[in-house]
Write a protein that binds this ligand. Structure first.
Ligand code: FES
Length: 78
């Protein structure tokens, strides 16, 4: 099932990204290109859905993602 129409990103692709350990919102937006010029921006504003899928992928791979979400949030406001 597609989760991003602009970039034709599927749920499976987001889970694959999660399997690499990328689960933080800002990292997902960057890796998946959700703020690229050709995107409508809807997905970047609703990134929680992508985070949930990425964590599902990480869990399936038994990867322990590094807790970068908090660090990225903190540094983005510094
Ligand atoms: S539908 Fe994903 S950025 Fe537009």
């Amino acid at each position: 099932m597609y989760v991003c129409i602009c970039l034709a990103i599927t749920e499976a692709q987001v889970k694959d990204v999660g399997r690499t350990g990328t689960v933080a919102p800002a990292a997902l937006i960057d890796v998946l290109g959700l703020k690229d010029r050709n995107c409508c921006g809807r997905c970047a504003r609703q990134v929680d859905r992508f985070v949930t899928l990425a964590w599902e992928g990480a869990g399936e791979a038994e990867v322990r993602p590094i807790g970068t979400a908090r660090l990225q949030t903190q540094t983005s406001f510094a």
